[in-house]
Design a protein around this ligand. Structure first.
Ligand code: HEM
Ligand SMILES: [Cu+2]
Length: 549
């Protein structure tokens, strides 16, 4: 007899779906802004009606970098937790909805001030650029709302552990909790600068702001932020993809260890974004760069585990030779194909990251559009394609529908369109950056100076890529709307892989949260205490706010 499918509770499904809808709405608006940016930067197009380039760029960065990611991740994790550890309690679900509405109203508030041109400070809102206080207040609501949702997940996980003493928790629940711990610890930094520095300053309660302190607190958050984006993609790779291809997970304990290493080494490293910032001693920059490079270990562990899963599956299907197993993979299944293409893009993306974090090479690429090229490979391709791939089973699972063959084919096309568009756009950003083209600049030709004219061919290629990508955005929206509202009714599986070997005892030790959180705090104190005391004690007079747009 067929086993009933293990499903996300219907009430939890609604909560998860609400998050996904906001995420895809952000993708629609933010994607359009992205298209406009590439057109402006080609030097062949100007924004109508006096709209500022920086308004558009702030919209794009906030909606895609902050809103799309956070909403998708929290929605996905609520579904993953409910699927693997059972329906949320009424209390946890209520917390989830409170978190959702706080984040949504915060987003609306922030978006209002951006779109009315009162907050063109870009998504990093670097002081001394000063936005309307409503921009920061909205952001604070988004962050605090995400904490409320995090507490809902923690409470649910704690309840599961109480009723399952001595058992190893399901992998997806463990990973979701790890990611929310990472998020909670790092977003304390951005909350501190927003609440204690930027809000009083933008309200006029204080006149001046300590610029270096606020940037340091921002990057204390900003680097782990990228791991907060990446870890849910890794959840899909480790715990879902092996099931999608019909194989088994290479090792459950290895996956858990990798997540713990990401938790340890993604926070005490923010200075690698401030390598060219005066006021931080080279010694502390060096310490944080060394810690940065530690993250290569869990990254290579992940790459190894994924390819081990693929190869063992292929060989179990009778593949021979060095690469024969490649032919056994389900290339025509979009649930596999989209995340797999994401993985491939992570190879150049990660390599670029090592370049950025190296002090000497950083001087070549710092603040050039190379950096923008880099994170369109990491977040806008690896992460986003994995999220798209997850949506192809998650949305129909939650709405009680099935993906048709036609939609699957469209999803394969979507993936190819995205890969081609991004190769053009991100590739030319990398090259133009090496030639010195700045990022975040409304100017393209700089009055036809010879140096700027060298960049124009790349910026035209960038616009070609951006246009192809925008087609990709339309395709994914068509698929998502179909899966949510129009696809045939039916049951879709939420795939969760089994480990190749039964649980190892090591997995239990990896749930020693006191130990891991203690280590996280210790590493943060080592990396940040002395420089932050120095930044506060030896601060120059603070800066007044500037509105340069
Ligand atoms: C249609 C697809 C997209 C296009 C055409 C596009 C285009 C661009 C361009 C041209 C810039 C740089 C502008 C400048 O520095 O002057 C940019 C910045 C950025 N993009 Fe995208 N992008 C797309 C999708 C995405 C996605 C999916 C994400 C995130 C998930 C993303 C995140 C960002 C961020 C965070 C910035 C930085 C904004 C800043 O520097 O303040 N983009 N994008
Ligand atoms: Cu970083």
């Amino acid at each position: 007899m067929a086993q009933p499918l293990e499903k996300v509770d219907r009430r939890d499904a609604k909560l998860a779906l609400a998050h996904l809808f906001v995420a895809f709405a952000a993708l629609a608006l933010g994607g359009f802004a992205g298209l406009l940016q590439t057109l402006v930067r080609s030097g062949k197009f100007e924004l109508p009606a006096g709209i500022s380039y920086y308004t558009i760029l702030t919209t794009h960065g906030v909606l895609l970098g902050l809103v799309l990611t956070t909403f998708f991740i929290i929605g996905f994790q609520f579904a993953a937790v409910s699927r693997t550890t059972g329906a949320l309690s009424d209390g946890s679900r209520r917390l989830g909805w409170i978190g959702f509405w706080m984040m949504t109203s915060g987003t609306a508030c922030t978006a209002f001030f951006i779109l009315t041109g009162q907050a063109s400070v870009l998504y990093t809102f670097y002081a001394p650029l000063q936005a309307h206080a409503g921009f920061y207040i909205g952001l604070a609501l988004v962050v605090v709302g995400s904490w409320v949702s995090g507490f809902a997940m923690f409470a649910h996980y704690a309840r599961w552990r109480k009723t399952h003493r001595g058992q190893v928790s399901p992998l997806l629940a463990f990973m979701s909790v790890t990611n929310m711990v990472l998020w909670l610890v790092c977003s304390l930094g951005v909350a501190a600068t927003v609440v204690f520095q930027l809000i009083p300053w933008s309200l006029g309660l204080t006149d001046r702001v300590n610029v270096l302190l606020s940037r340091t607190l921002f990057w204390y958050f900003g680097h782990p932020l990228v791991y907060f984006w990446l870890l849910p993609a890794y959840m899909v790779w480790y715990a879902v993809i092996p099931k999608v291809i019909g194989g088994k997970m290479f090792s459950d304990s290895l996956a858990r260890l990798a997540f713990i290493l990401f938790l340890l080494f993604s926070i005490p490293v923010g200075f690698h974004h401030q390598l060219l910032e005066p006021g931080i001693s080279p010694f502390w920059k060096y310490v944080q760069v060394v810690l940065t490079f530690m993250v290569i270990i869990p990254s290579l562990m992940t790459a190894f585990a994924m390819f081990a899963t693929f190869e063992s599956y292929g060989r179990s299907q009778g593949a021979t030779g060095l690469f024969g197993w490649l032919r056994k993979l389900p290339w025509s299944d979009a649930r596999f194909f989209a995340p797999f293409v994401g993985m491939l893009f992570f190879i150049p993306a990660g390599t670029g990251g090592i370049i950025n974090a190296s002090h000497q090479l950083n001087q070549v690429v710092h603040n050039t559009i190379w950096v923008t090229g880099h994170f369109h490979l990491t977040v806008a391709t690896t992460v986003v394609l994995t999220f798209f791939g997850a949506s192809y089973w998650l949305i129909p699972h939650l709405t009680g529908r099935v993906m048709t063959k036609a939609m699957n084919r469209l999803a394969i096309i979507q993936t190819i369109v995205w890969a081609v568009g991004m190769t053009f756009m991100s590739g030319s950003m990398h090259f133009a950056g090496l030639l010195g083209a700045p990022r975040r600049s409304a100017f393209s030709t700089y009055g036809n100076s010879p140096q700027a004219l060298e960049w124009i061919p790349y910026q035209i290629a960038q616009a070609v890529g951006g246009t192809i990508l925008f087609i990709g955005i339309i395709l994914i929206l068509v698929i998502v709307i179909n899966l949510a509202f129009f696809a045939p009714k039916g049951e879709t599986e939420f795939p969760v892989a089994e480990a190749a070997a039964p649980y190892e005892r090591a997995a239990l030790a990896l749930e020693n949260w006191k130990l891991w959180i203690g280590l996280v705090v210790a590493l943060i104190l080592i990396a940040y205490t002395v420089p932050i005391v120095d930044i506060i004690q030896n601060a120059p007079p603070g800066s007044k706010g500037y509105k340069l747009w």
